[in-house]
Ligand binder design. Structure first.
Ligand code: ARG
Ligand code: ZN
Length: 873
């Protein structure tokens, strides 16, 4: 059942031009397809024509105008085979599909009455019979016929070339896309949409019209996406020399969408949550997310569309590179160190957990059952970390030359990861053979580092040892090429010392290369005892262990020249203190706060030397999920108790400082998503969270005021969260009621309202989930709602999800079983927390496995089947 990378063959036939006609109707849309087909030159003549197709009712089929007899073709489970075809021919088919019944949200479906499509990865086969694989690239000409009143707007890829009225109140528009593309980039949208329009002129002088299409009530929520799009277009011209290549670029917002957004050629379709913003409905984080996703999809026009993937094993070719591009864009437009901190904090929590679990897979997997299960943190984020390492290894200039070479050489082609890395090797002259292992080897490498200062010889000896733990199907691992950026911070001078390695002067911030299992690095002329600052900027996606004393970490937190490592030193220090407290909790011993952590925080609060955005990050304790990631066995209750204890101890010891910081960063200025304002708000809101954590009267009053002032969603949401999560029982419900009534009409705000309540640590959280599943604003067929309610509960409420009575697990399994029928892709994603059973105690393991078994006993979609099988293997 799984398909293998090693089985790749070019398609027997390719399609050069595709003509589609859609006659839209909710339960019976007719799709006519005319494919211009020819034999692939590398394949022999006489092979049957095999087309993919699912849930299609075939109405007509003809070759070169001749209808086929029933013995000339066969309908199979996954498609259609025509036994004998000429070398080159025209295939006409007509099928009927039912968009209104499509709850999987793949192919053509309806969302709030409007028609839209999602074809990546294999959704096009639910639209018409076609070779649904990315190495078949054709130009498309698409006619959409709809009801003139219900669907005044009819969109597809490329440029509109013809439109007109038809009998019976119908009308049509024909679109032409001149760039050959795989069918996964096809898109169609039809409905009663309104647009916001703008324009840009590209560097070479092309005038491009930019449109964002939304439902009328959302017309006031598009400014930020439009501004982000224009910034992204400029940035890609300046940074990568990439220009837009059509006269029209469209974005459409839809409410029901499995992922964030989709880069369809000229017609990007977005989850409304990834495009709509308004100061009163979206938080700073949402504004930044929108900016990042708009840029990501736009950047795909080159890294993905003009140059695409040969097969889905190469998914990270476009996703890893494009994530890296959007990360750099966001770093350039916002606080760069904070962007990196946020990326890494997320990566080390979620991707490391994936790498350590039963679904661990290489960035280029070598087999899969359902490609929909491989839109993962490993493919996207680890893929981006690999591209980042490449960029750092070869240097920006060679990287840019390699990128130019890649786009030029492979324009209009479907290629592989070797093709990309090959361009980088050519442009830099570096041998990247060992580096390629990053793509084939799953699991998170761990580095054990030791260092000692030799006073007599003024030398620092650093020993690094790497190992990658076994992952499913990969018991033995080979050493990787790991770039480690580092500095030696002098304990007297508090400065980075000059680095000399093997007689070569490297400056004070250098990259060393760990390629063997174990390597020793001897730095000479080290004039004073240093503390090493290792893996600066998270220069490789690894776990680095170094036996730091807590004093060393406090020192680095205060004095490291690398902002990222200052933050990381603080996190490591907090983690050590948390370890003690977790042990104390488990052993029933009294908890004692480590004074070094208090002093480190006092230093941060009183010096306020940092940029506010970084300071806010440094004042944020590691999340419960990240703490869990560090523990050999996860004890959710001990982790929650320990983290709460640290937070409250800091709040009590530094109450006046937090209050002062809060007050100094209050602002009445009109909302703007500018980095300085965001920084000020983050700092103020972190301070507030400490004050409310100890039920400080002044703090609670401030939170209430902030909630009632209703200045912007960032502040309102933070205040509401603090009130709802507070141990003061009287605060939650009145605030929730006010908020819920005020925003009942806005689905994206209601998503936040759901999440805030079901992530509260109180023991009523699970009952709230059940109760809210019957709320009129909830719907199991809307992925945003499922994530906001079920996903938030299982992912961000560990103490309640892992209840010892197993009710949290049962609720999740029940939901997965129901969703398995409605939306397999979402169901397979949702089940993830249960797959991590091995990290918990025996009682919980047994409960979680029992729920997985219960799911497995159902008739499963390939998506859920693949995940559950791996989890129980
Ligand atoms: N290519 C899209 C993006 O990263 C994601 C589409 C994923 N689709 C899916 N059905 N899993 O921007
Ligand atoms: Zn993408």
């Amino acid at each position: 059942q799984p398909i293998h990378l090693s089985d790749y063959r070019p398609p027997a036939y390719r399609v050069t031009h595709t003509e589609l006609t859609f006659d839209l109707a909710p339960s019976a849309t007719r799709v006519k397809a005319r494919l211009h087909v020819e034999r692939h030159p590398e394949r022999q003549a006489g092979e049957p024509l095999m087309l993919d197709g699912e849930q299609l009712a075939l109405k007509a089929i003809a070759i070169d105008g001749q209808p086929l007899g029933e013995d000339e073709y066969a309908l199979t489970e996954g498609g259609l085979t025509v036994h004998r075809v000429p070398e080159a021919f025209r295939l006409d088919t007509e099928v009927e599909i039912a968009p209104e019944a499509n709850t999987a949200l793949e192919g053509l479906y309806q969302s709030n009455g409007m028609y839209c499509t999602q074809c990546e990865a294999e959704g096009f086969r639910r639209i018409t019979f076609y070779p649904d694989r990315p190495d078949v690239m054709a130009t498309f000409s698409t006619t959409v016929i709809g009801d003139a009143e219900r669907e005044p707007v009819l969109l597809s890829n490329g440029n509109p070339v013809e439109r007109g009225e038809l009998p019976g109140g119908r009308h049509f528009v024909t679109w032409e896309d001149p760039y050959p593309k795989p069918c996964y980039l096809f898109a169609l949208v039809a409905g009663d949409l309104k647009k916001v329009e703008d324009s840009v002129t590209t560097r070479s002088g092309r005038d491009v019209t930019l449109q964002i299409w939304v439902e009328e009530e959302n017309l006031d929520k598009t400014d930020h996406a439009m501004a982000s799009l224009k910034r992204a277009m400029r940035w890609d011209e300046k940074t990568y020399g990439r220009e837009y290549d059509l006269d029209l670029f469209m974005i459409v917002a839809v409410n029901d969408f499995n992922m964030g957004a989709m880069e369809n050629k000229g017609l990007n379709i977005f989850n409304s949550a990834a495009v709509l913003t308004h100061p009163h409905t979206a938080t700073d984080a949402a504004f930044q997310r929108v900016e990042g996703i708009v840029a990501h999809e736009y950047f795909h026009n080159w890294s993905g569309n003009r140059v695409t993937c040969r097969d889905w094993f190469q998914l990270s070719l476009k996703e890893g590179f494009t994530v890296f591009r959007d990360q750099c864009f966001s770093a350039d437009t916002n606080s760069a160190p904070v962007k990196r901190i946020e990326e890494v904090a997320f990566f080390r929590t979620a991707q490391f957990a994936e790498d350590a679990g039963p679904t661990a897979h290489p960035v280029r997997p070598d087999h899969y059952i359902e490609i929909g299960n491989f839109y993962t943190l490993t493919i996207y984020e680890k893929g981006a970390e690999i591209v980042r390492m490449l960029c750092n290894l070869v240097g920006w200039e060679a990287f840019r030359r390699g990128s130019d070479r890649y786009f030029e050489r492979f324009d209009g082609q479907a290629v592989t990861i070797e093709d990309f890395v090959g361009c980088m090797a050519e442009a830099s002259g570096l041998d990247l053979t060992q580096f390629m292992r990053w793509y084939s080897q799953a699991g998170t490498p761990e580095i054990d580092a030791h260092g000692e200062y030799d006073y007599a010889n003024a030398a620092y000896r650093l020993v690094l040892r790497q190992r990658t733990p076994a992952t499913p199907g990969q018991p033995d691992k080979q050493p990787l090429h790991i770039p480690i950026r580092l500095g030696l911070v002098g304990t007297k001078s508090r400065r980075d010392l000059a680095l000399t390695l093997d007689g070569e002067a490297l400056g004070s911030d250098a990259v060393i290369h760990l390629c063997d299992e174990e390597q020793e690095f001897l730095f000479t002329d080290v004039s004073e005892a240093p503390v090493p600052s290792l893996l600066r900027g998270f220069s490789a996606p690894v776990k680095l262990h170094f036996p730091y004393a807590r004093e060393d970490l406090a020192f680095l937190q205060a004095h490291d020249s690398d902002g990222f490592n200052r933050w990381d030193a603080g996190q490591r220090l907090a983690l050590l203190a948390l370890d003690d407290l977790i042990a104390a909790h488990r052993n029933g011993v009294e908890k004692v706060m480590d004074p070094r952590v208090v002093e480190a925080f006092r230093g941060l609060l009183t010096l306020e030397a940092d940029d506010k955005a970084v300071l806010a990050e440094m004042l944020t304790l590691p999340s419960e999920a990240y703490i869990a990631e560090q523990q050999p066995l996860v004890d959710v209750d001990a982790i929650h108790a320990a983290r709460t204890f640290v937070k409250q101890s800091l709040a009590m010891a530094l109450r006046d400082d937090f209050l002062r910081v809060f007050e100094a960063n209050q602002s009445e200025a009109p909302y703007s998503p500018e980095p300085e304002q965001i920084a000020t708000r983050s700092l103020k809101n972190v301070a507030l969270s400490y004050l409310v954590s100890i039920e400080d009267e002044a703090g609670i009053a401030l939170a209430r005021e902030q909630f009632e002032a209703d200045h912007n969603m960032t502040d309102v949401r933070q205040a509401l969260t603090l009130l709802v999560h507070s141990s003061r029982e009287d605060l939650a419900d009145p605030a929730l009621r006010v908020f819920g009534e005020k925003w009942a009409h806005d689905p994206l705000v209601m998503d936040q309202w759901f999440s805030i309540q079901v992530t509260r640590p109180h023991s009523d959280a699970l009952d709230r989930v059940k109760f809210l599943m019957d709320h009129p604003a909830f719907s199991l067929t809307n992925p945003n709602k499922v994530r906001a309610l079920i996903g938030a509960f299982t992912g961000q409420n560990p103490v309640n999800f892992h209840r010892l009575d197993g009710e949290g697990y049962r609720l999740l399994a029940d939901t997965v079983i129901e969703l398995n029928r409605l939306n397999p892709e979402i169901a397979a994603r949702l089940v993830t927390p249960l797959t991590r059973w091995a990290r918990f105690d025996e009682t919980r393991q047994a409960l979680m496995k029992a729920e997985l078994e219960r799911i497995r006993a159902e008739t499963l979609s390939p998506n859920v089947y693949e995940v559950v099988e791996k989890a129980l293997a």
